[in-house]
Design a protein around this ligand. Sequence first.
Ligand SMILES: C[S@@+](CC[C@H](N)C(=O)[O-])C[C@H]1O[C@@H](n2cnc3c(N)ncnc32)[C@H](O)[C@@H]1O
Length: 252
Amino acid sequence: MTSRPNDTPAAPHGTARVNIARQRRFWDRNASSWDHHAGDSPGLVKVVERVVAEGAPAAGERVVDLGCGSGQLALRIAPVVASVVAVDVSPAMIGLLEQNARAAGIANVEGRAVPIEHLDLEAESVDLVVSNYVLHHLRDEDKAAAVRQAAGWLRPGGRLVVGDMMFGRGGDARDREIIASKVLLMLRKGPGGWWRIAKNAGRFLFRVQERPVSMDRWVEMFRSAGLVEVRAVPVVNEAAVVVGTKTTQARR
Ligand SMILES: C[S@@+](CC[C@H](N)C(=O)[O-])C[C@H]1O[C@@H](n2cnc3c(N)ncnc32)[C@H](O)[C@@H]1O
């Protein structure tokens, strides 16, 4: 018998096709609100900045942003690099990204309305792959596949940097602290907060919209994809960043 890590889903969570369609519907509906409010959250801004700092984008580099939204990372990075391919499942988000790029006079970002799961890029053609607050929406097997794909797109010495909510299902002290602090925050909001606890508990237990996994699981996925110098950095509350480098050594 094999044991199941404590942040492995307890409930079935649909096929990739069903999840992609659900994400597209949800984010098309919420694109404009995300675009307006993402910059208001000091926590989210900190994670974006940490992804940029850990990725250290440099002049001449080719970058891919997985789940770019309306450009929170892509447009931040574009001015210092050669090009950014910005990918999102939601056509509405890509529309906003393009609008924001035009408004900022940025011309080196190519938006692609395609799910990460279907993205096809040339092997070893990218210097830096980044992603922020996206991969917890993917099923666990699709998270691991996305990390493997990204490792394949990176040239030797290229970096993968993932920022996301990272916690498991109560298996360690950090998980329990995060879950307790979220519940407490919502309890303090009164009846509206109690409703959100019920809604989020359902989503969390059945892993419908959000499927976070722990920092340790992310580190494991990076290492299994052959990335080296893998590090996990807690940033704020439940958010953390994981960084890995494509080895420059030929693998035996
Ligand atoms: C929480 S928003 C984060 C947006 C942006 N990265 C940021 O830092 O503000 C999540 C984004 O992930 C995108 N997304 C969700 N599932 C996706 C998938 N399977 N493929 C591509 N994008 C996806 C959504 O459309 C949405 O734009």
